[in-house]
Write a protein of this length. Structure first.
Length: 317
């Protein structure tokens, strides 16, 4: 029935009730749209300024090995996005490390009030399998910044040989980089952190420290990553009372040059890896950003000797 006919058929009090809804509805709609505009404005403000301060990497000097590309580079990006302006990129070739630094600064200054001169990002050539080379790299870090707060040992390699086919010199090289390289990096980091009151060290392990990858054979890699994980726990206990924390970040299958090299020879392998991962996909390097900032920053200040796995659920099935 049309509203005018309805109002004539009802007593005056009921007519008032019948006429009321349109005003209430209009009022309610206006209220909802005001509220949603207000919530949107608050969310926009919160996105810009509200982050738990403990996650900030501002005023921290960070050193990342194996950072000219891959996960190491992504860790640098995550630190810069979290406010870090003093950062050393350590990798085999100094010019590649420097180039990565320039890319980082360019990205950080785009759409931001930051200027390139606000950043002190250096590239340092270093072979982590050489103790001397790592010591020299840390000397340069200390000469440049005078301190070091957060160190990530990400340099590492993988190779797939069956145990019977793996040449010994290559096994030795893998351990020299993945295990001894992590040890030299952690030791030099701690040597410099302890006199200044502490710091955070993150060793990049792998889910391979916990499971045996299939179908590709990689026994020395898996054993090396298990060693890295237990090394982090052991160093954590040695240095716990000296303010130096040591944790492991263990990624699952991530899309970087390291895995792309393996997949280049075997396209089916990617599908196999994805089907073995509960989340059904390989990780993108930026999927590790939150975890690395958590471990490297004061947000994890009561955490040491732990492993954080970021593997799309791989290890739980
Ligand atoms: N990509 C993955 O799926 C995956 C999964 C689990 C763990 N990881 C681990 O993450 C770390 C980084 O892997 P990525 O995928 O970024 O690999 P990547 O090959 O893309 O990058 C590795 C970087 O380390 C550098 N590097 C190699 N040997 C070095 C040495 N002797 N000294 C200094 N730098 C050296 C390389 O030049 C390169 O820039 C490794 O420790 C790897 O084992 C990777």
């Amino acid at each position: 029935m049309a509203p005018s006919l309805l109002s004539r058929a009802l007593p005056s009090t009921s007519r008032a009730l019948v006429r009321a809804p349109p005003r209430t509805v209009v009022h309610q709609r206006r209220h909802n749209s005001d509220l949603s505009a207000k919530l949107n404005a608050v969310a926009a403000k919160a996105r810009v300024v509200k982050t738990l301060p403990d996650f900030s990497m501002a005023n921290k000097v960070a050193v990342i090995t194996g950072a000219a590309r891959g996960l190491g580079y992504e860790f640098c990006r995550a630190f810069v996005q979290s406010g870090c302006t003093s950062l050393a990129i350590v990798d085999l070739k100094e010019d590649e490390a420097e180039h990565a630094g320039q890319e980082l600064i360019k990205a950080a200054c785009a759409d931001s009030e930051m200027e390139p001169s606000d950043y002190r990002i250096v590239g340092i050539g270093c072979d982590v399998s050489s103790e001397l080379s790592v010591q020299q790299a840390f000397r340069r870090v200390m000469d440049t910044y005078g301190r070091v707060d957060s160190v990530v040992a990400s340099a590492g390699i993988v190779e797939n040989y069956s145990a019977f086919d793996y040449p010994f010199d290559r096994i030795k090289r893998l351990y020299d980089i993945n295990v001894h390289g992590a040890f030299f990096t952690a030791r030099e980091a701690a040597r410099n952190m302890i006199p200044q009151g502490g710091g955070s060290i993150v060793l990049v392990g792998s889910m391979s420290a916990n499971i045996v990858n299939i179908p590709q054979p990689q026994t020395p890699y898996n054993a090396a990553k298990a060693a890295v994980k237990h090394m982090a726990a052991s160093l954590a206990v040695e240095w716990a009372k000296k303010g130096v924390r040591v944790n492991t970040l263990s990624p699952g299958y991530m899309l970087t040059k390291l895995t792309r090299t393996i997949l280049a020879h075997d396209q089916e392998l990617k599908k196999t890896w994805e089907s073995l991962t509960p989340m059904g996909r390989m990780g993108e390097p930026e999927d590790l950003a939150g975890a690395i900032v958590f471990l490297a920053s004061d947000a994890s200040r009561f955490m040491t000797g732990s492993e954080v796995r970021v593997d799309g659920g791989y290890c739980v099935i």
